[in-house]
Design a protein around this ligand. Structure first.
Ligand code: HEC
Length: 333
């Protein structure tokens, strides 16, 4: 079947979908308002008839082999956080909040991904699409299935043999050309390749999926901040800033599900915690030697924050029943 047909209307369709906020170039509270009644941004790239529990209520478990060598393990952690950072990608994708993990959920695939103008069937994406890329846009509609990066290495197209160094230039091209992102720091690029190499089908947990919730997202945020601390201490402030951005985006995924008026208090605590991370990023940027201390203090305070968030979780959109209602409201019929 020849899918290569021109689709000049795709930019228009997406401009309509995102309203003014792509133009404003800012994804925040006001941006969410501009998204109409989509309470969860991820709803924008989920196929309409996708099962809610799978598409928005849970994630696949991660098949990550943690390397025994502490230096390699640290690189994998940098990559793991970078993989979950929208600011890594530029242009439309980054502003919409898309990151590597949006398509490769927990390092796997995503059968429910459907982004107007980018996907064909659910679970596919055209990563040479002019919508995401001003470099590689080839003007043709060419969506490919999103590969499971945790599948057998022999089934993947790009060799992951460390000696061949094929993965690094491939990922570099993805970030800077296909997704119009800024030049990644050497540690981020190296980390992403190390993370992808550490995904291994032999390490897939027995349970294929787990519910998406506060605990999981806070654990991701903490891992990213530990990587940030290590990078900051080693003097790589630029990489540390990306790691903090990863943590902040995980907090954002909690925030959007805590909009119920009854959750005003835990949400305010979450936003205050996010604000402290923004300050830590500023401290990193101005090479303030106290920046690692700020991160350490945040990590200590994150325990009580998580307890407070957990207490409200049933009233949030992490509650499967409330999530289903919200999806129904968003997508009537
Ligand atoms: C919009 C969805 C999307 C996003 C975001 C995305 N990918 Fe992919 N990725 C794909 C698709 C689709 C392919 C398959 C392309 C093909 O077959 O030509 C792919 C292929 C790959 C491959 C090659 C797999 C193989 O067969 O060897 C790697 C590695 C990869 N992506 C890593 C990443 C990383 C790292 C990021 C973030 C910087 C990322 N991807 C972001 C959709 C995405």
């Amino acid at each position: 079947m020849d899918r290569r047909r021109r689709r000049p209307a795709k930019e228009l369709a997406v401009a309509r979908l995102f309203g003014g906020f792509v133009l404003a170039g800012f994804v925040g509270v006001s941006a969410l308002a501009a998204l109409g009644d989509a309470p969860i941004r991820g709803m924008l790239w989920v196929a309409k008839d996708a099962p809610t529990a799978r598409a928005l209520g849970s994630v696949p478990t991660e098949c990550l082999k943690s390397p025994a060598d502490p230096a390699l393990a640290a690189r994998v952690e940098v990559g793991r956080a970078a993989f979950r950072t929208p600011v890594l990608l530029g242009g439309q994708a980054g502003r919409a909040g898309i990151n590597c993990e949006t398509c490769h959920r927990d390092g796997r695939g995503n059968p429910d991904f459907l982004f107007p103008g980018v996907s064909g069937a659910p679970g596919t994406a055209d990563v040479t699409n002019s919508l995401f890329s001003t470099h590689r846009g080839n003007g043709v509609d060419d969506p490919k299935p999103i590969p499971d990066l945790s599948g057998p290495k022999a089934k993947l197209k790009i060799s992951q043999a460390p000696g061949e160094k094929k993965l690094e230039p491939f990922i570099h091209g993805l970030i800077t050309e296909e997704f119009d992102g800024p030049e990644p720091t050497p540690a981020v690029l190296d980390g992403l390749a190390a993370y992808v190499r550490a995904l291994d089908p032999a390490d897939c947990p027995a349970k294929p999926r787990r519910p998406l919730g506060v605990g999981l997202l806070m654990a991701d945020a903490r891992r990213a901040l530990k990587a940030a601390e290590a990078e900051a201490t080693a003097g790589d402030a630029a990489t540390a800033v990306v790691m903090v951005a990863s943590a902040r985006s995980r907090l954002g995924l909690i925030d959007e599900r805590y909009a119920a008026p009854t959750l005003a208090k835990p949400r305010a605590a979450l936003r205050a915690a996010d604000h402290r991370l923004a300050e830590a990023q500023d401290a990193l940027r101005r090479r303030d030697p106290d920046a690692p201390k700020r991160l350490a203090a945040w990590l200590t305070a994150s325990g009580p924050l998580e307890v407070e968030l957990n207490a409200g979780q049933r009233q949030s959109l992490f509650n499967p029943a409330r999530l289903t209602q919200a999806v129904k409201r968003r997508l009537p019929g």
